[in-house]
Design a protein around this ligand. Structure first.
Ligand code: NAP
Length: 444
């Protein structure tokens, strides 16, 4: 995209942007359908996500009814992009084809390529018929919930819609690109005190952490709760830690190195467990867990809490930690899970669940309302982005590789049309009040 286009998009008013011709093609991070079997037979841990992500020119889609075309200033890497690039557990083309079979405009999503990415901050370029709330020129972020809402099942909680999909993972035209196509009801206001890259980084993980921990549909966190947060300086965990602290709860932060421990302290957490130092071995071998290690972990938590067990476990590592998570939750406590990074077939000792009346709650992304609430807290400066570094669009593969190998902390950003990591701030005075918190993850 040429510099004039970018300048106009960033600074022009609604009328000027409407007059700006829409480019016929744009650069995007894509997976290729023809490559979807290249990792067959290779263990997931040995696959190279940078190998399957290509930066290519693709044709610009026309926004249909209720849709919007966005000039993407910045995006971020989510773990779903890692799974997409590894073609694990299944190639995402299966999702696109299934969506396309529902007919109508959905048929456009099945293509020889998949534009990936589930976050964006940018400017509305065009809106499709029937869109009234948003206009060209609006500065927005997009959450990644794509729903049809034609079935009554989703009317109370959009996450229960049978046609619920994650945009940029289970749909095409995602955010790791210069342009993106979204349903207009995915759009939310961009925080004026944040740069494009900062604003793009909370989206998916912030909304997920909000539902998982705070919402009544998740763990329904209360003041005074002790909350065990796995990966407390990672994507999801860096928001869970903030929600715990902001809501009067006590996070017990699990991390794997000094720098991440320092970040958690800087956020205001006091109870921190460095799992690389304590070296918990919850599994003796591939098939057998070691309850003595669960007990050692539980004892360490009690040391940090003054003898209390945790009310909530914020789970996502999955197989490796789940047995321990069920064990350490207090009587009547909640294990809330949204993922299984280390393996999705979990094992736990059910006696500790039923005898102690614990519950396991499944959680996935967030409904419209929850996503809006989570974004509102970012806009109001109550919760802060956890951006640690950004890559240019051309280097999405390296960015994904960092996340896959756990070399990152917080969130990794991607500059799509934004010239620098700092561009996009329009409210410097609010920003100056939050400068320390906004830059926290970059300092370590
Ligand atoms: P992330 O940025 O990589 O953070 C995850 C953190 O978990 C890591 O920083 C690491 O922290 C910790 N961790 C990783 N493997 C671990 C293990 N075996 N044992 C203990 N801790 C481990 O990723 P994320 O964005 O937070 O996402 C985490 C998972 O949630 C992914 O599987 C992702 O697909 C999923 N997710 C699901 C949803 C949903 O809506 N269902 C939404 C977002 C993410 P330390 O090394 O410091 O301990």
């Amino acid at each position: 995209m040429d510099a004039t286009f970018v300048e106009t998009v960033e600074s022009a008013d609604s009328g000027e942007i409407e007059a700006l011709p829409v480019p016929e093609h744009y650069r995007a991070a894509v997976l290729r359908r023809e490559e979807q079997t290249i990792f067959d037979g290779i263990p997931v841990a040995d696959r190279d996500p940078a190998k399957t992500i290509h930066i290519e020119e693709v044709p610009t889609p026309e926004p249909g009814p209720g849709e919007a075309l966005i000039a993407v200033m910045a995006s971020s890497i989510n773990y779903n992009t890692v799974w997409s690039a590894l073609f694990s557990p299944v190639p995402t083309f299966a999702f696109l084809d299934r969506y396309a079979r529902t007919g109508g405009l959905a048929a456009r999503h099945s293509l020889p390529y998949h534009v990936i990415g589930s976050d964006l901050a940018g400017v509305v370029l065009r809106t499709g018929p029937g869109v009234r709330r948003w206009r060209p020129g609006d500065r927005v972020v997009a959450h990644c919930l794509s729903v049809e809402l034609e079935d009554p099942e989703g009317h109370d909680d959009a996450m229960l819609d049978p046609q619920q999909r994650i945009w940029g993972f289970e749909t095409n035209y995602g955010g790791l690109a210069e342009l993106a196509l979204v349903k207009a009801n995915q759009l939310m206001p961009k925080a004026a005190h944040l740069s494009w890259a900062e604003a793009a980084s909370p989206g998916l993980v912030n909304s997920t952490a909000y539902r998982q921990l705070v919402s009544t549909k998740g763990a329904d966190m209360r003041q005074g709760d002790n909350i065990l947060v796995w990966g407390a300086a990672g994507g999801l965990g860096s928001y869970a830690t903030q929600y715990a602290l902001a809501g009067g709860a006590t996070p017990i932060c699990v991390v794997s190195n000094d720098r991440k421990a320092e970040i958690c302290r800087d956020m205001g957490a006091e109870a921190i467990i460095d799992r690389s130092v304590d070296d918990y071995r919850f599994w003796r071998d591939d098939r057998t867990q070691d309850p003595r290690e669960w007990r050692r972990f539980g004892a360490r938590i009690r040391e940090l809490t003054g003898g209390e067990d945790v009310d909530i476990v914020f789970e996502h590592p999955g197989r490796e930690t789940f047995g321990a998570s069920v064990y350490v939750a207090r009587r009547g406590g909640t294990i809330v899970t949204c993922a299984s990074t280390s393996g999705y077939v979990h094992e736990f000792d059910n006696r500790y669940l039923w005898m102690h009346l614990k519950r396991i709650v499944g959680s996935h992304f967030a409904n419209y309302r929850e996503a809006w609430q989570a974004n509102r807290l970012i806009v109001r400066g109550r919760i802060h982005p956890t951006l640690s570094r950004s890559y240019p669009l051309a280097e999405v593969g390296s960015a994904v590789d960092d996340v896959f190998h756990n070399r990152h902390h917080g969130k990794v950003g991607v500059l799509c049309l934004a010239p620098t990591e700092d561009s996009g701030v329009t409210d410097p005075s609010t920003r100056s009040r939050h400068e320390h918190a906004i830059n926290r993850f970059r300092r370590f």
